[in-house]
Write a protein that binds this ligand. Structure first.
Ligand SMILES: CC(C)(COP(=O)(O)OP(=O)(O)OC[C@H]1O[C@@H](n2cnc3c(N)ncnc32)[C@H](O)[C@@H]1OP(=O)(O)O)[C@@H](O)C(=O)NCCC(=O)NCCS
Length: 143
């Protein structure tokens, strides 16, 4: 939670939702449908990713959330978390991964990161999050 609160890209309301999702996962890790992986060094969590199967689809998975602490960004932690989640999704016979993100300039680095990992922008919902803040839907085929 400290990591999420210190991530400037996330608004306080988004951090509240991320906490609810994590609490639900911790209450029922196997059954909840949201999986969480963390990256840890010296007993400190420096990144996490939350993903799960998209309900009522055949082999489509969502990546709901990911973050790496500011001081550890650009060192490969995010890439390793994403690759590990993709491996887990492949093991579960997933074939398509979807990520939703914002068009805000503050997410430029994030969008480049996903593009460099093979995620293609396939749709844009104008003004979805707020006037001038579009939702961008990214996808990657893995199977
Ligand atoms: C997006 C985010 C998760 C990426 O995590 P990260 O740990 O910085 O990612 P990486 O270090 O694997 O890759 C970032 C860059 O570092 C560089 N890099 C990767 N491995 C590296 C290494 N071993 N040494 C030096 N640089 C490296 C790459 O050039 C990479 O560039 P790219 O983004 O253009 O591909 C992170 O920036 C973040 O938490 N952002 C804020 C929150 C956010 O936007 N979350 C996503 C919301 S949907």
């Amino acid at each position: 939670m400290a990591l999420l609160r210190a991530t400037p890209e996330f608004k306080p309301a988004e951090v509240v939702v991320a906490e609810e999702v994590m609490d639900s996962y911790l209450a029922d890790p196997a059954g909840f449908g949201y999986n969480t992986l963390v990256s840890e060094a010296d007993s400190v969590i420096n990144g996490y990713i939350c993903y799960g199967p998209a309900p009522l689809t055949e082999g489509t998975w969502d990546i709901y959330w990911m973050a790496v602490s500011a001081e550890k960004q650009g060192k490969g932690v995010g890439g390793a978390l994403l690759a590990h989640a993709e491996d887990k999704i492949k093991e579960a016979k997933g074939r398509l991964i979807v990520i939703e993100t914002s068009s805000q300039p503050g997410y430029e680095k994030t969008r480049r990161f996903y593009a460099n990992h093979g995620y293609e922008a396939i749709a844009r919902l104008p003004d979805f999050y707020a006037p001038g803040d579009d939702k961008i839907i990214l996808q990657k085929r893995i199977g």
